[in-house]
Structure formats: C-alpha cells, structure tokens
Design a protein around this ligand. Structure first.
Ligand code: DC
Length: 240
C-alpha cells in the first residue's frame, strides 16, 4: 500500500467524519487515535511521522534546520504507508522503512527544531489536507484542528501532565532506569516548549476543540471519551 493514500471508502458508502486530534508529545494521540479509527472503520494518519522521518533523514545527511534549501526537498522522499486497515502508521525514507528509527531518542531530541521551520511545514500542508478530503479519517498532530483542517467535523485536544507523559514514554521504551526517565521528562518539556512557542502553527487547542485530559485515565477510558465526542457529532448529523 502506498504513499499518503490510505484506501478510500467504497462508492456510495457513508464517508465518515473528519476528526482532528492534537496534543503534546506522548499524550496518546497516536495509540488512542489508531484504536478509535479501528473501531469506527476510519482511516488514521499520525502526522508526527512525517516530521520525525524528515528529521531522521536530515540527521543522517547532516542537514541542519537552518539549511532550509537542503531541508525542504527531503520531505518529498518521505512516504507514509498504510496497513490493511488504512492506518498510516508506518513511514519510509526512499525505499527504506524507518518507522522504528524515527522513534529513537536522537530524533526525539532533534525533531522540534526541524518541525518549526515554516518552509518545511508549508511543504507538508497539501499532503495532509489531501488525505482528509474523502472524510472518514482521524488525523493526529499538533496543528491539525488549528491549521491543517480548521473545518474538521470533530476537534479533540488530548492533554496530560508532563510527568504522566514521560512515564508512558518510559514504559513504551521499557525503561526502568530513574536517570533515563528523568532525561525523558526533561526532553519532553523542552519539546513542549519549542512546539508551543514556535511562530508557525504552534501547539495549541482550537477554540472549538473538546479538551480531554488523560491523567489517571486508562487507555480504554480515553478511547471511550474520544468515541463519545465523535458519536455526539455523528448523532447530530454532522459531517459531510
Ligand atoms: O507527535 P510526535 O511526538 O511524533 O511529533 C514529533 C514532532 O513533530 C514534534 O516535535 C512536533 C512535530 N509535529 C508538528 O509540529 N506538527 C504535527 N502536525 C505533528 C508533529
């Protein structure tokens, strides 16, 4: 399955809503969003993978964030790959699957510096919008409800304290080392600060977003809150 083109719904089928999920690092956007998409038979796109893959490629090639002319063309080498359920959760750089590599700590540390480059963001806007055109999609990121899909049918902002998010990230990495967990927390805070204070498309909840705080929630509880928010709009006949 290729490039930024998850399967579209069959002709005549209800198209489904466009759902934006934004929030800081490790707030659960990707895992929760993918699970909700599975249950609703929606497509899913984790837009963070685009920025991570560009950052990974830039690091591999020694391209600094300030080298805009070197950086922007790298976006064209990145391809999102859909699984059989239409969830864009894998990413390739050229022909190489780099899904695992883009989660590495060195990418964590560098990605915000690349993601704040306005020219790179601009190059990625049309690709993200094109994916949502057919409806029936959940798109997760930082600026989906504010910039990429301001007309989304449902906007959700998932939040959690930095400590809770660092704990989840450490769990994902199977880290039990206290010093490493502390480092994860420090990195998260740094990334939050860069993502929220950048000039172009900063991390922010849209004024019409449903804000869901996931501190102390189980995964299932958060999935249910997101499903409820979507069903409310579906029930009101929202969507296209
Ligand atoms: O969600 P994540 O941690 O995988 O995102 C990685 C980086 O990409 C993060 O620093 C913010 C940036 N990003 C962004 O600026 N806009 C998006 N829509 C998605 C991610």
């Amino acid at each position: 399955m290729t490039i930024d083109s998850a399967p579209t719904p069959p002709t005549g089928a209800p198209r489904g809503l466009v759902v934006a999920i934004d929030g800081p690092s490790s707030s659960g956007k990707s895992t929760v969003g993918a699970e909700v998409a599975r249950r609703l038979h929606y497509r899913f796109c984790d837009t963070g993978l685009l920025y991570r893959a560009v950052a990974w490629l830039a690091l591999a090639r020694g391209v600094a964030p300030a080298d805009v002319a070197g950086l922007v063309p790298l976006a064209a080498e990145i391809t999102l790959i859909a699984d059989s359920r239409g969830r864009l959760r894998h990413v390739q750089a050229g022909a190489r699957d780099v899904t695992a590599e883009v989660e590495r700590p060195e990418v964590d540390r560098a990605v915000s510096g690349y993601a704040k480059v306005p020219q790179l963001r601009a190059a990625l806007v049309p690709r993200q919008r094109a994916l949502a055109r057919e409806g029936g999609i959940i798109m997760a990121g930082r600026d989906i409800g504010t910039v990429i899909l301001p007309d989304a049918d449902v906007k959700i902002y998932l939040n959690a304290s930095a400590e809770e998010r660092a704990r989840r990230r450490a769990e994902q990495r199977r880290t039990i080392d206290a010093q490493e967990t502390e480092q994860i927390l420090e990195d998260l805070r740094r990334r939050d600060s860069i993502d929220s204070s950048r000039e172009t498309a900063p991390l922010r909840s849209a004024p019409d977003a449903v804000i869901i705080s996931t501190d102390g929630n189980s995964f299932e509880e958060t999935v249910k809150s997101v499903l409820d928010a979507i069903r409310k709009v579906e029930g009101a006949g929202g969507g296209r």
